[in-house]
Design a protein around this ligand. Structure first.
Ligand SMILES: Nc1ncnc2c1ncn2[C@@H]1O[C@H](COP(=O)(O)OP(=O)(O)OP(=O)(O)O)[C@@H](O)[C@H]1O
Ligand SMILES: [Mg+2]
Length: 274
């Protein structure tokens, strides 16, 4: 399978909607008939929990197993760490072992490229790989950005969010200089938008003004909804838990916007190849 796109959902700040976006965008893309792999790259294991793993600590085959295999130059069959969710996505779970792997990475050969090496054969199996990053800019995130084609940045619409992105933009800039010149920012998505509050509207205006000239700010805004706050404990996507709700509609629209970027990039590649 060609044309696999790898996207990191990334923000150094905690609680901005990364995991919720990774899960619902991934399942949204799978609902459009694409083969999707989700990667939990956070030792908290939140994506794994959202996909129904009640206690990630009990798992013995995780993303850490896969990355430790690359570091030790031991073959790990990708199938041994991949799980399947009944809404049509595959995923690789994580738990606290990934925090130990991050320390091992410090002294590893080619330490930025470990995840990229593991994912290389999987790019023949999937059309989209989505990586849910932990809220930091440590080596696991550097590995994710090195393995990725693009970044999506969820920004919570009721904080002074615009001030928190400079570190992430600097890191993306550094990654583009060396390990991964192809890395692109697909865009910023505003999350948990409570449109009734002035603060939310003001934050969105600030982000669009400050960053909108240089990166796409997705037209779709993800609204705040109690049903969305409840969904992580259910092992389901918002499409299954609250199919007629506004958050499901919003993630469906975001999915469409993200797939349109992919279609335009493919058309450009085909034109350049002619
Ligand atoms: N649209 C929404 N409406 C209401 N609550 C939401 C919405 N999106 C996410 N949440 C809730 O906000 C919290 C943070 O979301 P999430 O876990 O997706 O953020 P995160 O960026 O992955 O956090 P972390 O940085 O800890 O990994 C979670 O409890 C989640 O259920
Ligand atoms: Mg998270």
């Amino acid at each position: 399978m060609q044309n696999c796109k790898v996207t990191c959902v990334c923000h150094e700040k905690g609680g901005t909607g990364k995991t919720t976006t990774a899960v619902n965008l991934g399942i949204g893309i799978a609902r459009q008939g694409k083969k999707v792999l989700l990667l939990d790259a956070d030792p908290q294991g939140d994506l794994s929990k959202c996909l129904g793993i009640t206690n990630p600590q009990e798992l013995t085959a995780t993303l850490a197993t896969a990355m430790n295999g690359v570091i030790a130059e031991t073959f790990i069959d990708p199938a041994s760490v991949i799980l399947h969710h009944n809404e049509g996505v595959d995923f690789i779970p994580a738990n606290a072992e990934l925090a130990a792997t991050e320390i091992t990475l410090v002294n590893a050969m080619n330490r930025e490229y470990v995840l990229q090496e593991f994912l290389a054969p999987l790019k023949n199996e999937y059309q989209h790989i989505i990586i849910d990053c932990r809220p930091s800019l440590g080596l696991t995130v550097v590995n994710a950005l090195t393995a990725a084609d693009s970044v999506i940045i969820p920004v919570q619409a009721h904080t002074l969010a615009a001030d928190d992105m400079d570190g992430l933009f600097k890191t993306v800039g550094r990654i583009k200089q060396r390990p991964n010149p192809h890395l692109k920012i697909d865009g910023i998505v505003m999350t948990m938008v409570d449109g009734r509050t002035n603060l939310a509207r003001q934050t969105i205006r600030d982000v669009r003004t400050r960053y909108g000239q240089v990166v796409r700010v997705f037209a779709t805004e993800i609204p705040y909804a109690v049903r969305a706050a409840e969904v992580p404990g259910k092992g389901q996507s918002i499409f299954q838990y609250d199919p007629n709700g506004k958050v499901a509609k919003a993630y469906e629209n975001l999915t469409r916007e993200v797939l349109n970027i992919g279609s335009r990039e493919k058309a450009d590649r085909d034109t350049n190849a002619r």
